[in-house]
Design a protein around this ligand. Structure first.
Ligand SMILES: Nc1nc2c(ncn2[C@@H]2O[C@H](COP(=O)(O)OP(=O)(O)O)[C@@H](O)[C@H]2O)c(=O)[nH]1
Ligand SMILES: [Mg+2]
Length: 370
């Protein structure tokens, strides 16, 4: 079934809307319409019956195939709404899991995503069992007691099995990491929060370059293309990026899908500079901390202050004042207009060259001094 045309139900705040729209498109959905709610209405559908009726009409008119709820709804609400509308309904966590699943290609990342999916399903299965044993009307959720029990137990045993597989694969990881470090091209990865402009920048920097054949670099876990940057050939990777409000049980999956950042020669931390200064500063710090946790040395990072086209010169300077104490190396860009991209390429080239020199120096040192 085609599920890519979606209606989104979210909160009426520009940053929130932009984020969920970017997340939805990262998962492959085309957002047809956005509805706003003030809060969830827990009970039958998680959203009001009026909204549910409108969505049902859209579905019947053939305008949408899926509904994305930008919050956490429970298993029975999800089931009821999906049943009422006659289409797929997913919440924000499920949407993020779908993005991870699309991006994870290394065996470990795939297992970690599988684990996160199971951990998402477990409490939901438990909830259905509880409702059944509380004697809710037969026919509700469409399953019998026996089936929900069985489903719950099967998720639990899958969790144990996946855990074992992950432990096994981890032991092989060191080996894998060493082989990755040997590619002949320098590698550059894009990091940053959802909707900062990573994919737009990726497309601008790799325009007219062919995708890298997956058979050549079988362990690549994200969209990677070759790019010529100021005369230097490099492999550029777009990544899932940072996602705000990530639930704890997804952290391992998130780290696994972003693991390649740790073997990149350069990480471009893309920042939406049009965020309000306070939020900007906070997001920047959180992003730098996350990079540190992913073993990315700060001297490999260039902060790409993107979307300058949205601000006046004065606004740019104000934001720079806020960020300056934390910035190591940075460039202003507009991935939309192309402004600043040539300077960014030059900066990347210089950094790659400096990086190379440092490596040479280290490997040429006499053994006793190291
Ligand atoms: N005005 C402006 N919009 C941008 C710029 N870069 C990206 N965008 C827009 O910001 C939104 C999110 O961009 P996207 O590349 O999907 O962000 P990602 O989630 O980081 O990959 C899209 O609507 C882009 O068109 C920019 O430099 N200027
Ligand atoms: Mg993107």
């Amino acid at each position: 079934m085609n599920t890519d045309r979606a209606a989104v139900v979210t909160y009426n705040e520009p940053m929130v809307i932009e984020e969920i729209t970017s997340l939805a498109s990262a998962a492959g959905y085309h957002v047809q319409k956005t509805f706003f709610i003030k809060k969830l209405l827990h009970g039958r559908y998680g959203i009001g019956e009026g909204k549910a009726e409108i969505l049902k009409q859209m579905k019947e008119d053939g305008l949408i195939d899926s509904v994305i709820i930008d919050d956490k709804i429970n298993a029975s609400e999800n089931y009821n709404l999906s049943n009422f509308l006659g289409c797929k309904v997913i919440d924000r966590e499920k949407l993020v899991l779908e993005i991870f699943a699309r991006r994870a290609t290394s065996p470990e990342a795939k297992l970690q995503v599988k684990m996160a999916e199971l951990l998402y399903e477990l409490p939901r299965a438990r909830e259905l069992v509880r409702r059944k044993t509380m004697g809710e009307q037969p026919g509700m959720f469409g399953y019998g007691s026996y089936e929900v029990e069985k489903q719950y137990r099967s998720i639990r045993s899958m969790i144990n099995l996946t855990k074992k597989k992950i432990e096994k694969i981890r032991k092989r990881r060191e080996l894998f990491r060493r082989s990755r470090a040997r590619t002949s091209f320098p590698t550059i990865s894009l990091a940053g929060y959802t909707s900062a402009g990573k994919t737009t920048l990726f497309n601008m920097l790799t325009r007219s370059n062919q995708p890298v054949s997956p058979s050549v670099f079988t362990t690549l876990s994200t969209t990677t293309r070759r790019a010529s940057l100021d005369g230097v050939d490099a492999l550029l990777s777009d990544t899932v990026g940072f996602i705000s409000r990530l639930p704890h049980y997804m952290i391992e999956a998130f780290n696994a899908t972003l693991e390649e950042l740790s073997f990149a020669d350069i990480v471009l931390l893309v920042v939406d500079i049009s965020d309000d200064p306070e939020r900007l500063s906070e997001k920047y710090s959180t992003a730098m901390t996350s990079l540190e946790e992913l073993n990315v040395a700060s001297d490999k990072v260039i902060a790409v202050l993107n979307k300058v086209d949205k601000l006046s010169e004065e606004e740019v300077q104000n934001r720079l004042k806020v960020l300056k104490p934390k910035l190591i190396e940075f460039a202003f860009t507009s991935a939309k207009t192309g402004q600043g991209l040539e300077d960014l390429k030059k900066m990347i080239r210089k950094k790659l060259f400096a990086h190379e020199k440092k490596e040479e120096l280290l490997t040429s040192l006499p053994a006793e001094t190291t």
